[in-house]
Design a protein. Structure first.
Lengths: 414, 107
């Protein structure tokens, strides 16, 4: 019998982790990773942080040196695109016209930036930030840019804004909702960061849309807002979210609904096909119903989970989600999923610049957002892994010993 | 260039030249030293670059931040007084000859 083949579509953090973990689990078959970017697997978080700020180099982005893949017999087809899946024959077709048969298929196709449908979006100087190639363009552009408009105040937009200000540009942030990062953080955190960006010198326009992007001779010169403002710009970042790459799955007849639909083992409606990372829509005990998460933690833990599944050790995926964002000298760390909370209490004083927001739903702790307060974040990850009896009043009381509570939980589990 | 020695839990030793300004974690990753995972890439969000610093060399290492101390609660292997996150050990000429012991597991 020929050695089994695992094909991994996508060479991001999730795909990389699935491949690396398969070898750690002792998988002896063939592993082929296929990705449309022409480079080996790299880390995305620094693209809007240290790499963009020129504080770290390309060398530091690679997840592993190229020798790692040869050493572990992981084939990486970089700059190659999968054009179709044939589920009956368990075979995929590549843009280079060759084919690959698989025994297990892992879809780690990620997500792509969501384009902004306004006139002028095609002008030179209007750019997204998703890939290494995007970051390289922005690094160069920021050397000259004087006036920057950031459209969309999510994590990436705000991280980019803090780097652009630090590199000497004038920055306007335009956000269509009233709450920056509002999809993922509480109102308190959103307000804290809005004020921080204003203090750092950016103008933050909330509840403001963009009607068109203006240009001369094909080059961007400004942004016209729904409020009738004309913001001058020589660089415009579009960061209004992403679209999961689910087309391959849909065309192959797999269920797709805000990403590729998987069960608690991360298997699609075809048990030989798994989906992980930014493209996967999965059930989780940490939210009501299903979620699709865009994070390193999710990519890494799901990569490990499908490797275990493939080697015959399937288990429900139940890892505590965590996230972080660096904006200037402020580090935001989130444990759990706080969207949908009905009660949020402060632990610590936002004025001090070190505090956390503990979020509850129907009396139960569902997530904690910490600002420059790693100790709370660490304890929150421990608490959320158990089922803590924590009242909002206790969370708000800085003299209440959360670590002791967390230790008690671990002792009971052990 | 400072020399850093990584001792695997099996006893195997890997000696590397790590440039000044590069972390002990990055030195291992760039040279394909197994046993350091570095899931978060050096952002101090995980504890998968955990090492034990050779005890008589602890005094030469940079002081631990509160964040590092907090994150060390997540180590998969036992936390000891000489536990460090190797992403926080940025190589300086003073660290030449540093020996770090890799734990049995990082996850």
């Amino acid at each position: 019998m020929p050695a089994p083949v695992v094909a991994i579509v996508g060479t991001g953090q999730a795909g990389f982790q699935a491949a690396a973990s398969l070898r750690q689990e002792g998988f002896a078959g063939r592993i082929v990773m296929i990705g449309d970017e022409p480079v080996p697997p790299y880390q995305r978080p620094p693209l809007s942080k240290s790499y963009l700020a020129r504080e770290s180099s390309l060398d530091e982005l690679w997840l592993r040196p190229e020798t790692f893949y040869a050493q572990h017999q992981i084939e990486v087809l970089a700059g190659e695109t999968v054009t179709a899946l044939d589920r009956t024959e368990r075979r995929l077709r590549l843009a280079s016209d060759s084919e690959l048969s698989w025994d297990h298929l892992v879809l780690a196709t990620g997500a792509r930036f969501r384009p902004l449908a306004v006139p002028g979006a095609e002008l030179d100087g209007v750019v997204p930030l998703r890939t290494l190639a995007d970051a390289d363009v922005l690094r160069e552009r920021l050397d000259q840019a004087r006036e920057v408009v950031v459209i969309g105040a999510g994590f990436i937009g705000l991280e980019f804004a803090s780097v652009a200000i630090a590199r000497g540009a004038t920055v306007h942030i335009v956000e269509v909702t009233q709450q920056p990062m509002g999809r993922v953080v509480s109102a308190t955190i959103s307000r804290f960061f809005t004020e921080a960006h204003r203090r750092w010198g950016a103008e933050v326009l909330l509840g403001t849309g963009v009607t068109r992007i203006l240009g001369t001779g094909g080059r961007v010169t400004g942004v016209e807002t729904s409020g009738g403002r004309h913001l001058p710009a020589d660089l415009v970042l579009i960061c209004i979210g992403v679209v999961p790459n689910a087309e391959l799955a849909r065309e192959a007849g797999l269920a797709v609904d805000n990403g590729i639909v998987v069960d608690e083992r991360l298997a699609t409606t075809d048990p030989a096909i798994l989906a992980i990372g930014d493209c996967a829509n999965f059930p989780t005990p940490f939210a009501i119903g299903r979620v699709r998460l865009e994070s390193v933690q999710n990519a890494v833990d799901q990569g490990r989970s499908v490797a275990a599944y493939i080697v015959g050790k399937p288990a429900p995926y139940d890892k505590v989600p965590w996230f972080w964002s660096d904006q200037s000298d402020v580090k935001l760390q989130i444990a759990g999923i706080t969207a949908g909370h009905d009660n949020a209490v402060l632990r610590g004083d936002p004025e001090s610049g070190h505090f956390s927001v503990f979020c509850f739903r129907t009396g139960r702790l569902i997530g904690v957002e910490s600002v420059n307060q790693t100790a709370d974040h660490v304890v929150a990850r421990r608490l959320l892994a158990g089922n803590p009896k924590l009242a909002p009043e206790q969370a708000a009381d800085v003299s209440y010993d959360l670590r002791a509570l967390a230790r008690g939980l671990s002792a009971r589990e052990a | 260039m400072p020399k850093i020695t990584y001792v695997h839990s099996t006893g195997t030793r890997t000696e590397l030249d790590v440039p000044v300004g590069t972390s002990v974690m990055r030195g291992a990753i760039l040279n394909g030293v197994d046993g350091i995972v570095a899931e978060c890439g050096g952002e101090m969000m995980c504890a998968t670059c955990h090492v034990y610093v050779q005890e008589d060399q602890l005094g030469r290492t940079p002081t631990q931040s509160d964040d590092e101390k907090a994150m060390l609660e997540f180590t998969a292997s036992e936390r000891r007084p000489n536990s460090r996150l190797s992403c926080q050990l940025v190589v300086t000429p003073e660290l030449d000859g540093l020996v770090v012991y890799l734990p049995e597991t990082q996850v």
